[in-house]
Design a protein around this ligand. Sequence first.
Ligand code: HEM
Ligand code: HEM
Length: 178
Amino acid sequence: MNAVAARYTPTQRHLHWLMAILVVLAYLLVEQRDLFPRGSSGRFAMMQGHFWAGITIFLLAFWRIATRRRHGAPPITPALDRFSALASKSMHIALYAFFIVMPLLGMATAWSDGKVIEIPFTGAALPALLPENKPLAHTLEDIHGTIGDIFYWVIGLHVLAALYHHWVRRDDTLRRML
Ligand code: HEM
Ligand code: HEM
């Protein structure tokens, strides 16, 4: 019980916490955009921050998946029953899918809505890969926002599961990620 937990590699642990911060930042920036009126530079900065938090998540996801495939996950002690192992695996796959799908939908929303994604400190913008199309932008924004709402619950459950393992089941799940 008090044995030192076999941990995720340092890269896996750093990526986990860095991406957790970026996900929180992406949500915060977009949810608080109404602090600034439409068309103001403050709102523009909030949205550009949202875009780039999301694009960074997208890019880091590939590195993260590669390290996960190379190093796997350390065993949990005591081991999980088959149902819990399957439940946690499904959760993690859903979270990885979220890292890829949300930014792609977000970029498609921005471009079809005619919004620029500025490259910070350069005055240049990413080339828009979709033409402006407002009806499409509305549909994509609805899907992007709905998945965003669903993942409040998925992420909340993920955090509760981590705390349950640590404080109730008293296994080393969380220590492996610290
Ligand atoms: C994991 C990454 C992301 C998360 C969690 C996320 C989350 C969200 C959420 C929850 C909303 C809805 C806000 C609301 O309805 O009030 C939203 C809106 C939006 N997001 Fe994202 N997003 C992500 C990535 C991106 C990226 C990479 C882009 C573009 C480069 C983007 C562009 C947009 C746009 C254009 C809107 C509509 C905002 C508006 O109409 O003012 N998102 N996002
Ligand atoms: C936005 C927030 C978060 C996201 C998106 C996220 C995402 C993920 C993902 C994708 C994995 C799977 C790693 C693997 O491939 O094995 C994971 C594992 C893990 N996360 Fe998070 N996480 C977040 C926040 C947190 C927080 C706040 C905690 C702790 C309270 C936490 C604790 C853990 C633990 C303990 C694991 C290892 C689970 C296991 O191997 O069974 N996470 N997280």
